[in-house]
Design a protein around this ligand. Structure first.
Ligand code: PMP
Length: 352
């Protein structure tokens, strides 16, 4: 299966080399005294520094093709941050005004970055409905204003396509280049685009590959079906199960503590210089949980969605207490190598 073919007039073509095709890290670790390894896509190398650039490119490319988006239309989206930043940069690059509805409790850096990208920011308080309120407000605007395009990341299948044709296929190609195939994949669920798209690519390749969604144990939205508790892993586990998430197509849900995720992100940064964000720490812990029951040669893959740069005002830079049952203290990262970016032919498939 190949990706969509973009017409020669699709303006998104000009930006394709800036997004996706990221290196895959092979990280060697000591876990409970055994040598193992975790593979992780290094997504902070995308245009705006996160995995969400992939969906901005894919959704806008498909919208131009279908005619849902035309020159000069306002792009209106509700987001917890990275998606907004991605649509802002890509939208501005293509000459579109961008309006972002965002819960007002997210990190200050996110608001400052959006402001710097010339975006109209609509802050939505808990009293105004929080995340669900933001989604409703974005939708209402597109109902009442002409010449608006709403990407609807939580229900748009192009989000899944971005990770099926992009992230998932890239990982398969990078592993194959060193004679490996994936055993399992894990990713924290925000929109669920990453885990659903990679699941499709991996299970098409080999239906035995296990693909696990991950959530914070402090706020297990996937398990409960609705928001309970609160957590500090920005970008995952919002307040509901997104429409594109099909839990019956996935393997069992993994859960990690948010404090443990912070400690793991700090450890990756201090021991290997991989200055990743909190959800990367969470994803890494999910990979450790899988590896604990697998032999040393197991190939467990995850993603590092972004870097620490948007969390410098959060607990990621604080003194997080270690607690009983945490995984971080059981793992010592040893060294890593970056597998080269996959062949450009994957991107060229979009252009041909
Ligand atoms: N981590 C971070 C930092 C994110 O911004 C997101 C996207 N919301 C995710 C993880 C989850 O990715 P997805 O939306 O594909 O489930």
């Amino acid at each position: 299966m190949s990706g969509p073919v973009l017409s020669s007039r699709n303006p998104v073509r000009a930006l394709l080399p800036l997004v996706g095709n990221t290196p895959l890290l092979e990280i060697h670790i000591d876990l409970d005294g055994q040598r193992k390894r975790v593979f992780a896509k290094y997504e902070s190398l995308n245009l705006t520094g996160s995995i969400k650039d992939r969906i901005a490119i894919q959704i806008l490319a498909q919208a131009y093709e279908s005619g849902a988006l035309e020159d000069g239309y306002e792009i209106v989206e509700a987001t917890s941050g990275n998606t907004g930043i991605a649509f802002a940069a890509v939208g501005r690059a293509l000459g579109h005004p961008v309006r972002i509805y965002m819960p007002d409790w997210l990190s200050q850096e996110r608001f400052q970055i959006l402001d710097a990208l010339g975006v109209k920011i609509e802050r939505v308080s808990k009293e105004q409905g929080g995340f669900l309120g933001a989604i409703e407000m974005a939708f209402q605007r597109t109902q009442h204003e002409l010449n608006c395009f709403c990407p609807r990341q939580f229900s748009n299948e192009a989000n899944v396509d971005a990770h099926d044709w992009g992230t998932g296929r890239e990982i398969l190609s990078q592993l194959a280049s060193i004679g490996l195939r994936p055993w399992a994949f894990v990713a924290g669920v925000g929109t669920g685009g990453t885990v659903m798209g990679v699941a499709r690519a991996f299970k098409r390749f080999d239906e035995r590959v296990q693909v696990h969604p991950l959530e914070p144990s402090n706020s297990p939205t996937l398990t409960e079906g609705h928001k309970v508790g609160s957590h500090r892993i920005q970008g995952i586990s919002d307040e509901f199960i997104p429409e594109i998430v099909k839990l019956d197509e996935l393997d069992h849900i993994l859960s990690v503590d948010d404090g443990d995720s912070i400690l793991m992100a700090q450890k990756l940064s201090r021991s290997l210089g991989l200055a990743v964000g909190i959800s990367s720490g969470a994803n890494f812990l999910g990979a450790l949980q899988l590896l604990a029951d697998l032999p040393p040669e197991a190939v467990v893959v995850t993603v590092f969605p972004d870097s620490n740069k948007k969390y410098l005002s959060t607990d990621l830079v604080g003194n997080e207490p270690d607690k009983d049952g945490f995984w971080t203290s059981r793992c010592q990262p040893l060294h890593y190598r970056a597998l080269p970016r996959p062949a450009a032919e994957l991107q060229e498939a979009l252009l041909s």
